[in-house]
Design a protein around this ligand. Structure first.
Ligand code: IMP
Length: 428
């Protein structure tokens, strides 16, 4: 049996989709455990690009059961669009299951997300406007709707009457926006119910059976540790727990059954949205990194902020998630840089920090301590084994592992499967 958790070790967009795809055909079950369609995973197989937001990337393998766990918030409209795209592309998605406990993004959530951001003005978070935060707020406030509610029209109607009073009150009084119409929402969601119904399941027996039968399970993380609601750069975070702990609660798999936690890290750092970013490069070198790395968001198309690899952040991710294997992606993006830097820690008010502090106004002004490395100045895309990489490149990679306290088991030098160099297999 193996239960592997895969988490992003930075601020998301580390290239998890690629690693999930690499592992998905060797596992029996892939489970998404948090986030929603704010996530974007790009998987390239056989030269064909697939973009996933909600559906686990394992869907490309018909023998792999793909579960949307109850820690995820599902926008039914976005879900069906993604399903249509897959099915039109010849992927039947018969292996897909959604937990009846997963909460739904309702039509007022994206509107409230956007209005809330506008109201924050200069303090806005830079959310994806997908309604993710407001959907999680309602879950915690216990006025959320769950996917299973689609199978109970009378309950849905009664509850919506109550909830919509609260929502319309905020929309009209607080924001001066238009209210939502109960009948229209009901018609829209009951319309979705018919199509989503075959996918809705109680995932508890499915997962227990898989655990008891010693199946190989992969828990697919979205976003990254620094966007975690507790561990991240609050309030510049997402509203879920993209951590190993979140993977357990979002799927119902106990921590004692986890056999490995894999962390995916980019060979440099990126972040979308606002908030502190100690190693950010806002100069022409940063522009070069963004262009070479094609650092534009999968979900929103926004230009990502870019910077040097931050080992203080990554070490914190390794330690708080129990990461025992690191995957380092987009190493080839650094091929043309004369000098590279890795941040090993920060100085803040005369004090040394080996991890990001909770106080974000301090984190915003820390002085990163850098180690410099000579660039390898040669293409790495054609390398097929770790040993083929230039010596300077291996030195850079190995120093990252050393500073973070975990070994870099896999290195990626391009988007395709053949660009993945395995030093030590991720799964036994
Ligand atoms: P939200 O998740 O839409 O509420 O956005 C909150 C923060 O998380 C913003 O800074 C987003 O840009 C960021 N975020 C959400 N999902 C992703 C992702 O998949 N990759 C990178 N950043 C993300």
């Amino acid at each position: 049996m193996s239960v592997t958790i895969l988490v992003g070790g930075q601020w998301g967009d580390e290239g998890k989709g690629k690693v999930i795809d690499l592992l998905a055909d060797t596992v029996d079950m892939v489970i998404r455990s948090q986030g929603g369609n704010n996530a974007g995973h790009t998987v390239v197989t056989g030269g064909k690009e697939h973009r996933f937001h909600l559906i686990p990337s394992g869907i490309l393998y018909p023998q792999t059961t793909c579960i949307i766990g109850h820690g995820v918030v599902v926008d039914p409209k976005a879900f069906l669009q993604e399903l249509d795209e897959l099915q039109n592309g010849g992927i039947p998605a018969e292996n897909l299951v959604i937990s009846e406990r997963a909460h739904m993004v309702m039509p007022y959530h994206p509107v409230l997300d956007q209005l809330g951001e506008e109201m924050r003005g200069d303090d806005r978070l830079g959310t994806t406007w997908r309604g993710i935060g407001p959907a999680y707020e309602d879950k915690v406030r216990r006025i959320g709707f769950r996917i299973g509610d689609l199978q109970k029209p009378a309950f849905l109607e009664k509850k919506l009457r109550f909830v919509l009073r609260l929502k319309n009150e905020s929309l009209t009084r607080l924001y001066g926006a238009d209210p939502f119409n109960e009948r229209e929402i009901l018609d829209e969601y009951l319309g979705y119910a018919e199509r989503i119904d075959p996918y809705i399941r109680d995932i508890y027996p499915l997962i227990q059976d898989a655990l008891n039968a010693n199946r190989r399970i992969l828990l697919e993380g979205a976003q990254g540790v620094m966007l975690d609601i507790d561990l991240g750069t609050y309030p510049y975070v997402t509203s879920s727990s993209p951590t190993a702990g979140g993977a357990c609660t979002g799927s119902g798999i106990p921590p004692s059954r986890i056999t490995r936690t894999v962390g995916v890290f980019k060979a440099y750092t990126t972040r979308v949205g606002y908030g502190p970013f100690p190693t950010e490069l806002t100069d022409p070198l940063g522009d070069q990194l963004r262009e070479v790395g094609a650092e534009y968001g999968t979900t929103t198309g926004r230009a990502r902020r870019v910077g040097w690899f931050d080992a203080a952040v990554s070490r914190y991710a390794v330690a708080t998630n129990g990461i025992d294997a690191m995957v380092l992606t987009k190493v080839d993006v650094l091929d043309e840089f004369h000098t590279l830097k890795i941040c090993t820690g920060y100085m803040s008010k005369g004090e040394y920090w080996d991890h990001p502090m909770a106080n974000i106004s301090h984190l915003k002004h820390v002085e990163p301590i850098y180690e410099e490395f000579p660039g390898w100045m040669s293409p790495t895309r054609e390398c097929r084994r770790y040993e083929d990489l230039p010596q300077a490149c291996r030195a850079y990679i190995e120093r990252i592992g050393e500073l973070c306290g975990a070994s870099v088991n896999v290195v990626s030098v391009g988007p395709d499967r053949e660009h993945t160099l395995v030093r030590t297999p991720l799964l036994d």
